[in-house]
Design a binder for this molecule. Sequence first.
Ligand code: ADP
Length: 426
Amino acid sequence: MIRKWQWELSVLIWLVLFVVCISLIFGHLSILLLILVIALFAYQIREIHQFERSLRMGVIKDNRKARGIWDEIYYQLYKIKKSEKRRKKKLSKMIDRFRKATDALPDAAVVLGKNTELEWINKAAKDVLGLKKSDKGQRVANLIRSPSFVNFLAQSDFSKNISIISPVNENIILQITVVPYGVDQRLLIAQDITQLKNMERMRKDFVANVSHELRTPLTVLKGYLETLQVMDEGSAPLYMKSIDQMCEQTERMQFLVNDLLLLARLETQEKNVDCVNVPELLHQIYHEGDVMEKSKGRIELVCESMANLMGDEQELRSAFTNLVVNALNYSPEDTIVKVRWKKVADKACIFEVIDQGEGIASSDIPRITERFYRVDVARSKKKSGTGLGLAIVKHVLVRHDAQLLIDSELGKGSCFSCVFPQQRIC
Ligand code: ADP
């Protein structure tokens, strides 16, 4: 660049010298200098005009006709344009690759704007959600009309996901997840979970069918064993012990089958919603507990509130009974089990069962609501449980929008609280 400026300057000096020489012969130095300035000015104007035309038409070539500084300007600009072209090509290749990758994705991806309007979709979104490129700018809730989806968007709580039936094919079940990103933008992902749901349904059906089919043979078995128990009084002690144990185990299996059937019902059936008189229900449970020989006089019931709950009475009875029976089972026979029904500061209603039993280690607490999870297998086997009680409690509470809180200390006792939200109170 500096060399070009030097060249430009030396041309100017030579021209001035030339004009001075001519003026020495013919005189009129100032006129000749003026003519030179005008000529130079005209030359620059012509170059600027050409340069502006090249810029306007976007044809910047490595203009070899230009001289001096203009040659350099054309050359530098040509270089910038060339590298920009290379960058554009690279970028469009990247975009192309990204588009191909997103189109190959089995999950539908939709970019939503600030007001949940459609900004971009991939191929799967067209196939499973029925969205089109021409829908761009429209609110997604106007395009996917499933009520649960519309509610989900309106609530704006995207920490959870929902399942909907595909608007295009009713045999496809989609799991919708919304992830916020960028400034006010959201990425909606729809994943085909049909197979997963079918497998889950098959598992539930299998457990329900097996449990149902086992019921009759177990009743027959139990009936014969009970008859044998009565008939063979006075037989060999080993024979009697075997019959007693068979009877006990058959009974255990019957409890298991009943609990499995109840769980299957909780997973598949609609609940009967009614206004349940909880204080009355708790008094019934209290009396049932009092009838049991081992728990006579051990339950202390306090109904601090007379609030009732919207829900299924049978389900609530089963959840509350499970918690009370557990408290009685897992605490010494000379201790009291406190059962409370209370309202907290005009908000939630809480059903609480407090015992002074063995307690549960904090590492076991997150797992005790899993099916068949028993804390100390040897200890639990001595009690006639199925390992399904707390799983039933959890399912019932989920169906009633409630929460199960467990507070326990080893050797001191446990407190199981069922927290029902205010909107459940009737
Ligand atoms: P189970 O039929 O064995 O009682 P649950 O699902 O009701 O099955 O309970 C799971 C496990 O949690 C029990 O085996 C027991 O070890 C523990 N557990 C439940 N309730 C209590 C309690 N009140 N105190 C101590 N441990 C308990």
